[in-house]
Design a protein around this ligand. Sequence first.
Ligand code: ADE
Length: 258
Amino acid sequence: MNFHVMTLFPDMINNAMGESITGRAIKAGYINVDAVDIRDFATNKHSRADDYPYGGGAGMVMQAEPVYLCYRHICNNIKKSQPVQDNIIHKTPGIRVIYLTPQGKAFTQELAAEYSKEDDLVFLCGHYEGIDERVTEEIVTDYISIGDYVLTGGELPALVMMDAISRLVPGVLNNCISAQTESFSGNLLEYPQYTRPAVWRGKEVPPVLLSGNHKKLAEWYREQSVIKTALLRPDLLEGAELTQPERELADEITGNRS
Ligand code: ADE
């Protein structure tokens, strides 16, 4: 997976992605991060990539040309894409360009799984009051939001997305089981986890975990997932495939006795 990030703050991207699991995945070659500074494509001598908004108003707007030149540079580096011509082109075929914006579609685990199948993803991080609409119209294929709140820029949302996508890329997590049993798979939250000591400040781990009985353990995991989802995210239960006893257990917890 190759992530290409158009940003005014490449250090933010490189520093965060260089840590922990994503850092290891980069070193091992499972993912690659190319953070490209939009300022390098500014056409004025002060390397400014923003200007005042037409029509007035507070804040600055990122200019179309540096963003477009940065996009062309990235597209020309992606081998499968056609060389980008000098004239304006509509959305290079086959390249998904994700613009992080609170106006976008909500990012979900399902979308993360879909994106993890791509070879290349391009992220466009806005700042200030936004980006000149003429260039986003030309190059953006996907408008994505990470939640109903407004951040100062698109870098943190891009990092959130890259993190969620990376862990679904084969090889990034060493045990593929964990990606299947984790929260949201089958619309259920993950069961609770415990580690040593077996008794912590008088609190014991559930005895089934020490029993070595795999069948019982699997049943317990499933039941705990249902309980946790009913307690914390009852909205997910509608889309979950539950057996009759599991549905009754969930209903008992949520108070839904229909
Ligand atoms: N840029 C600013 N706020 C954002 C959000 N909530 N999601 C995606 N991009 C953003």
